[in-house]
Ligand binder design. Structure first.
Ligand code: ZN
Ligand code: FE
Length: 253
């Protein structure tokens, strides 16, 4: 399977997945319809299915043009069907969709929005996290609470270390500066940041990340870490309150 992540709009990441045997192509989110059509054209791929992670405009604005030009099947979260025009099929937490070349598992992760979905392809070891988990960060809990987002993020504990993580935005550098502020002595993080800055400087995406790298460097998955707790002066607080404090500090960063 071939995978093509690329930047569109300002900092959204669109992803195309293509299977050379069945010649089917799927897209994650419809952030910029024209940019996605151009990429399809350049690759010589025809779009079959679009998976929508959540209803925000920067992930759905391209739906109309993609449906009109490609006739692709649009799949999105059942809980957001009223907010996402043009859905052909909805998915609930735990449902698996057979795309014809891979099985895509929908994992509901409320918080950023109440119906946000993460899409997971265990067989290919890819996970598409939308605006729930970012590389070195996480989305803001716009519709849900920090507690809700915290409990959603616990679902990543079950995803294997070597799974490649693709998220909805390229925020890695700014997330990384925050991560270094709360976890300054983390050597894996320091090394990763140097690498990420170098990649971004030559115009490359800092993606994909992996689950293991996120667990070692993303402060929002590390609320149990004693060093972060000492920094926040929350040594004996619950993991959830440490997470909420991190989220609040990031909002004001
Ligand atoms: Zn969003
Ligand atoms: Fe977004």
């Amino acid at each position: 399977m071939l995978i093509e992540p690329f930047l569109c709009r300002k900092d959204n990441i669109a992803v195309l997945l293509h299977d050379e045997v069945s010649r089917k192509t799927i897209a994650i989110d419809a952030s910029d319809g024209t940019a996605i059509l151009e990429k399809l054209d350049k690759m010589g791929w025809l779009l079959d299915i679009v998976f929508i992670t959540h209803h925000h405009a920067d992930h759905t604005e391209g739906i109309h043009i993609l449906k009109e030009k490609t006739g692709s099947l649009l799949i999105g979260p059942e809980d957001e069907k009223e907010k996402i025009p043009g859905l052909d099929r909805t998915v609930r937490d735990g449902e698996t969709i057979n795309t014809g070349f891979c099985l895509v598992q929908a994992i509901e992760m409320p918080g950023h929005t109440l119906g946000s979905m993460t899409y997971y392809i265990p067989q290919e070891k890819h996970i598409f996290t939308g605006d729930t988990l970012f590389s070195l960060g996480c989305g803001r809990p716009f519709e849900g609470s920090a507690a809700m987002l915290f409990s959603s993020l616990q679902k990543f504990n079950k995803i294997p270390d070597d799974t490649q993580v693709y998220c909805g935005h390229e925020y890695t550098v700014s997330n990384g500066y925050f991560a270094l502020m709360v976890d300054p002595h983390n050597q894996v993080l320091q090394k990763r940041m140097a690498n990420v800055i170098a990649l971004r400087q030559c115009g490359k995406l800092a993606l994909p990340s992996t689950m293991s790298l996120e667990r070692m460097t993303n402060p929002f998955l590390r609320s149990a870490d004693p060093k972060i707790r000492i920094n926040l002066n929350l040594i004996n607080a619950s993991d959830e309150s440490v997470f909420a404090e991190l989220r609040e500090r990031k909002d004001n960063f």
